[in-house]
Design a binder for this molecule. Structure first.
Ligand code: ACM
Ligand code: ZN
Length: 581
């Protein structure tokens, strides 16, 4: 072999050897680098928001959940099966661990069983005469983690959903191959029966997808009532099939004022020149109702009446006292143009709207608004005054004629809804003309309306601006002024709310307080990122007011538990306010 060829061959062999060595080394380095990720284990953490009622956890022993382990459950029950699927999906999303469905495997790592240990004891003691459970007790669940795995016990499928959310929030938020659950016994049930969150989709319209995300976040926090405000001076957003023009035309304003318009009248200020609209078809409303129901959230629709109606008056000007014309309002605030109480067509209109509303929304509660209804038109309207005379209304020093006229409307509507098996909720102004018997008061102008209502034995939802208006800003600017509408409402203030007002209400009166709600008005909130920024983390704060016993609450501890929730929001891709005051 010529020398050149020989040398060439030697070089190739050497190179191949070097390459082989190089490849081996790279492979080994890769394995070493990936090893922790390949067998990575992280611990579950039970310090979440809202904090469960009782958590007794072991600091030494863990049960290790791994890929491929099974879930046992009653697969003949579709509701339980759905909740199992939720848990499976959340475990996969957050950790990458895929659990198997093994309904009949009594030794499965995760086991869903109906019934709480406390009930068995109670039944034995009382020989089958268990007392009626409160709604909160129906939601109760227990999670027991021991060497055999994770046992989830609940009285009802809803308890499984709550337990699945708790396990979801305990998970590490990173890809792992196994999760170590400290041995524990968690027992939980909510404090208040009503745990509400409101959204104004009238001042600005939010898509079905955005509302679903909103509902997901509510469910994550154990909230169970979605108060959907979707008719306003600035736009009517509920399709009424018998009145097709109502949503088509009533949802569109020609333009919107830019910025705040406090003190400005129609036409003053600077406008964006952009038509703005959008409404929800009944089909979309049903989609939202179903989506919410799968997450144990009831949707309470609000038709705000007889004020906040300029969107409707635009389409039906004859229903106003002056006959219009009325543009869909382009500015913020409270319009003086309201439904004419003396026009018999008004009641027909309302009954048509509410009849279809009842067809779409199964909620026991229907919200009829009743807030901020200026009486200036009614005072000067011959039809309204004639109606007041016909009803024999007189100023009794406590209630004006016009306030009583509003009570008459409320009463008519209440009867109409009662015949359909529904109860009304009204903003606290409904007390001004004397509240109708079965009405529930939503106390927003402070807590006084709620106090008065509870003392009169009306049911109450507490949502005072001072603690529950999350359209108020949670931060101050560099000059120490709150940003946005209304005022300054940091998470700490929301957190400090005590809805039962034990200093003012007796224990008996406190029973009329169903629970608290936060409200998100959207005059100055037009986009989903801004919406979720306003919501989070004040939703976390209200969720502990709604869910936890008052003696469990501690804001410093809450703040220490918050970063894991924020990490979850990052993972879910929702915006939030990073500074918590
Ligand atoms: C309200 O904030 N007008 C109920
Ligand atoms: Zn009138």
């Amino acid at each position: 072999m010529p020398l050149d060829n020989y040398l060439y061959l030697c070089r190739r062999i050497m190179n191949q050897r070097t390459n082989l060595r190089h490849m081996k080394r790279t492979f080994l380095t890769l394995i070493i680098a990936l090893l922790p990720a390949l067998i990575q284990a992280q611990q579950a953490d039970y310090r979440m928001i809202p904090l469960p009622k009782s958590v007794q956890a072991d600091t030494v022993h863990v049960f290790t959940l791994r890929n491929g382990m099974g879930i046992a459950y009653d697969s003949s029950n579709p509701e339980i099966s759905r909740n199992v699927q939720f848990l499976r999906q959340w475990v996969k999303e957050l950790t990458g661990i895929q659990l198997a469905l093994t309904p009949d495997d009594k030794k499965a790592a995760v086991r869903f069983t109906i019934g709480l240990p406390a009930d068995k004891k109670m039944k034995k003691a009382k020989k089958g005469t268990a007392p009626a459970l409160t709604e909160q007790q129906q939601e109760a669940y227990a999670i027991v983690v021991n060497k055999d795995g994770i046992a989830i016990q609940a009285r009802q499928p809803i308890g499984f959903f709550r337990a699945a959310q708790t396990l979801r929030k305990s998970l590490p938020i990173q890809a792992v191959t196994q999760v170590e659950f400290p041995f524990a016994t968690i027992q939980d049930e909510p404090r208040f029966v009503y745990r509400g969150v409101h959204l104004d989709c009238a001042r600005h319209f939010f898509s079905v997808e955005t509302i679903k995300t909103y509902l997901d976040l509510m469910a994550l926090h154990g909230c169970n009532q979605f108060h959907w405000h979707f008719t306003e001076d600035q736009g009517w957003r509920f399709e009424v099939k018998a009145l097709p023009e109502l949503a088509k035309k009533g949802s569109v304003r020609k333009q919107t004022i830019i910025g705040r318009n406090a003190g400005l009248g129609d036409g003053a200020g600077i406008y964006d020149g952009q038509p703005y609209g959008g409404y929800y078809t009944q089909e979309q409303c049903r989609e939202i109702v179903n989506y919410a129901a799968e997450r144990y959230i009831n949707v309470i629709p609000e038709i705000d009446l007889p004020g906040h109606m300029q969107g409707a008056l635009h389409v039906f000007p004859d229903l106003g006292c002056t006959g219009g014309p009325y543009p869909v309002w382009e500015i913020w605030g409270v319009s003086e143009e309201v439904l004419c109480a003396g026009n018999p067509e008004t009641m027909k209109f309302l009954k048509t709207v509410l009849g279809e509303l009842c067809d779409v929304f199964p909620s026991k509660f229907i919200h009829i608004g009743g807030d901020e209804c200026p009486k200036v038109r009614w005072k000067n309207c011959p039809k309204c005054q004639a109606k007041a005379r016909e009803l024999g209304l007189k100023d009794d020093g406590k209630h004006s004629v016009e306030n009583q006229l509003q009570t008459w409307i409320n009463h008519e509507i209440e009867q109409f809804l009662k015949a359909r098996g529904r109860d009304i909720i009204g903003w606290d102004e409904v007390l001004e003309g004397g509240l109708t018997e079965g009405g529930t008061v939503m106390s927003w102008r402070g807590t006084q309306g709620g106090i008065d209502a509870a003392k009169q034995h009306h049911r109450v939802i507490m949502t005072p601006t001072s603690h529950c208006y999350i359209d108020y800003y949670q931060l101050k600017n560099q000059w120490g002024q709150p940003l946005g509408i209304g005022g300054y409402l940091p998470a700490s203030k929301v957190y400090s709310f005590e809805p039962l007002l034990p200093e003012t209400l007796t224990e008996e009166e406190q029973k009329y307080i169903l629970g608290p709600q936060v409200n998100l008005w959207t005059e100055y909130v037009a986009y989903p990122d801004h919406l979720f920024y306003m919501l989070l983390p004040r939703l976390d704060a209200i969720s502990e007011v709604q869910w936890c016993r008052s003696d469990q609450k501690n804001f410093d501890d809450f703040k220490a538990r918050l970063p894991r929730m924020l990490k979850l929001y990052d993972r879910l891709g929702v915006n939030y306010c990073h500074t918590v005051e």
